[in-house]
Ligand binder design. Sequence first.
Ligand SMILES: Cc1cc2nc3c(=O)[nH]c(=O)nc-3n(C[C@H](O)[C@H](O)[C@H](O)COP(=O)(O)OP(=O)(O)OC[C@H]3O[C@@H](n4cnc5c(N)ncnc54)[C@H](O)[C@@H]3O)c2cc1C
Length: 296
Amino acid sequence: MEFLRPATWDEALAAKAEYPTALPISGGTDVMVEMNFDVHRPSAILDLNRITELSEWQIADDVVQLGASVPYTRIINELSGPLPGLALAAHTVGSPQIRNRGGVGGNLGGASPAGDAHPALLAAGRDVFVEVASQARGTRLIAIDDFYVGVKRNSMEKDELIRRVHIPVADGPQQFSKIGTRNAMVIAVCAFGFALHPKNGTVGTGIGSAAPTPRRAVEAEEYLAGVLAERGLWQSGDLLGTEVIQRFGELVKAAASPIDDVRGTAEYRRHSLAVMARRTLTWTWNDYSKQIRSAA
Ligand SMILES: Cc1cc2nc3c(=O)[nH]c(=O)nc-3n(C[C@H](O)[C@H](O)[C@H](O)COP(=O)(O)OP(=O)(O)OC[C@H]3O[C@@H](n4cnc5c(N)ncnc54)[C@H](O)[C@@H]3O)c2cc1C
């Protein structure tokens, strides 16, 4: 097996062009498990760990540019202000050891419907982009809504690598909720990300582990954004009322298409999603109302 260790991004793209079947490895928390279980026997491994820029982040024009290999621990410690939803999701990933190694690039590379970063990225809005590149075709930005195309499949080409993810800085409260058999080291039975975007009057949702791909609850987003606008609630911060919260939960539930599997039944997942949707909406709206009142 070839072991390729590029020192720069350009060298990595050149190596991927020369060995298109080379399997990229970042934190290795998925790759090494799969190799141990003989899921993969790649002819070459492309180790991305020497490329320092992949482990860096910066903020430009109110957008976080998150390097593909920034580990979850650093997202929690350094980015909980600008990316509260993703930081909350990162808290729920694996164990401290896994969070010290694994990152969002690896979650996107694997594109598991149960990956915890995905609901938070979807909820962060439609202006989230995955920056990928290849030596032959250069750089392109894939909108997060176009990224997930099937079970563990994403829209990247074979010769492309993920460089970073562009995520708008939060302009309102965000939440993440996950159901598992215990509080740590579990794959989600299902998960839900939610964000309020007062600047453009939209809300964001992300459903995890309850459909072939991570997906947003489009009707629930449109319903809630409509209510908030029609009733002037963005300005007043007044109570939403149980009817609105209930309806939002039902629409989130209806957007899922889960299966029965060893982790839970489809019906349990649907029920849990409605509960998580109601709770995350209530928590974020309470936070938003407090902000409005303290600003008044
Ligand atoms: C004990 C344990 C617990 C876990 N718990 C959770 C959990 O709670 N929630 C969760 O979501 N995940 C969990 N995982 C899975 C894993 O930690 C995450 O998916 C993590 O985000 C993977 O990141 P990584 O850097 O380790 O990826 P790697 O293992 O290095 O790579 C994962 C995939 O992405 C590809 N890849 C990596 N970097 C790039 C790049 N820059 N460009 C293109 N492709 C790339 C790889 O080729 C591979 O296909 C767990 C894993 C273990 C072992």
